[in-house]
Write a protein that binds this ligand. Structure first.
Ligand code: NAP
Ligand code: HSE
Length: 342
């Protein structure tokens, strides 16, 4: 069995989770999917940082070592737009498939990156970019491929949900944000979470998968202005406040909205606490499909990354891609491709 070699960019919350998961699940993945995985190099900023469970010999501070030195799939888990974008372009340019959890990068440059990948017959896996461990990308892209999607509604930001849950218990806003950061849920710049931009990026990605229509209206309000008094008032009326992202097919295009909403505590959306997410998809034929699970955190997100890695490794094998082939362009279909709607 040929080994699929991974070049890992980043070993923080998600990258560290992936290292653990590959180690733990490797025998099962080999037996069940016929895919043998090896992490070849890991890019980090700080070589001296403590990283329990990580083989220090794999660490490097050179992205070139990771991307150019004989890996098959580059896994981008550093976050941010500019540096991550440059690394992903370089990986695609040198014939590597890419897996990323980076919704900010996809929201900013998805069109361009998917075009480069398609032109070279490469894949970009991005299941982990939306809703952590919930396999929402596959559900929309494949499971509901036979239906016309009318709307998507979700709690898609774990940090905001965690913060609102803690505030219900009496914690103040700043302390709740710090707790979300300590748990590894928040973005490097937590204002992306709090001000609703992370949720907006995610609902854009889901919309691009669900609707063949342009986004014609978009409004984004985060949770920064939600007060404890409002939460308590909602509670007294049997409600909770949640940050909800919505995408709706309208005549002429898709309307996107992200905003805090008061929701009946008995409603399924009202029962979603902490870093959990929920997404309700309404299809013309299917009616409503609801998925819920952990939307942030090391292991759930790493599981989504690993699912993409396995799928792409199988694709490579199915197309007869051998080690000697990987430096030249490979003509084969893209595994998962977001439609151009950014
Ligand atoms: P993180 O904990 O901050 O980890 C980032 C990693 O990348 C660190 O290992 C860091 O190195 C490295 N890094 C950052 N910039 C670098 C640079 N310029 N050069 C070299 N290494 C660099 O981030 P994370 O939470 O794992 O998130 C990673 C990605 O996953 C982001 O796109 C995020 O949106 C996405 N995501 C996160 C979650 C979650 O729950 N955290 C869930 C879904 C998706 P050092 O360790 O040396 O600092
Ligand atoms: N910061 C993101 C969140 C990570 O809190 O949902 C998962 O995408």
């Amino acid at each position: 069995m040929k080994t699929t070699r991974l070049g890992l960019l980043g070993c923080g919350t998600v990258g560290g989770g992936l290292v653990d998961l590959v180690e733990r699940e490797r025998p099962r993945i080999r037996a069940r999917y016929g895919v043998d995985l090896e992490i070849r190099h890991i890019l980090v900023r700080d070589l001296g940082k403590r990283r329990p469970g990580v083989d220090r010999r794999l660490l490097t501070s050179s992205a070139i070592d990771v991307i150019d030195d004989g890996c098959d799939i580059v896994v981008e888990l550093i976050g941010g737009v500019h540096t991550a974008g440059a690394f992903v372009r370089r990986a695609l340019g040198s014939g590597k498939d890419v897996v990323t959890a980076n919704k900010a990068l996809l929201a900013a440059h998805g069109d361009e990156l998917f075009e480069i990948a398609a032109a070279r017959g490469l894949s970009i896996g991005f299941e982990a970019s939306v809703c952590g461990g919930i396999p929402i990308v596959r559900v929309l892209h494949r499971g509901l491929a036979g239906d016309s999607i009318e709307s998507i509604r979700g709690i898609v930001n774990g940090t905001c949900n965690f913060v609102l849950s803690r505030m219900e218990e009496g914690l103040d806003f700043d302390a709740a944000v710090r707790a979300a950061q300590q748990r590894g849920f928040a973005e490097a710049d937590p204002s992306l979470d709090i001000d609703g931009y992370d949720a907006a990026q995610k609902i854009r990605i889901l919309s691009s998968l669900a609707f063949d229509a342009p986004i014609t209206h978009e409004s984004v309000i985060g949770i920064r202005t939600v007060t404890r008094a409002e939460i308590e008032r909602a509670h007294a009326g049997g409600c909770v406040i949640r940050l909800v992202a919505e995408a709706e097919r309208m005549p002429g295009g898709v309307t996107l909205r992200v905003r805090p909403q008061e929701i009946d505590a008995a409603d399924i959306f009202g029962t979603i606490r902490d870093e959990f997410n929920v997404v309700a998809i309404r299809g013309r034929a299917t009616g409503e499909v609801i998925l819920t699970g952990k939307g942030a955190g090391a292991q759930p997100t790493a599981s989504a990354v690993l699912a993409d890695v396995i799928e792409i490794a199988q694709l490579r094998r199915g197309r007869g891609v051998e080690a000697r082939d990987v430096e030249r362009p490979i003509a084969r279909p893209v595994a998962v491709r977001a439609a151009a709607a950014w």
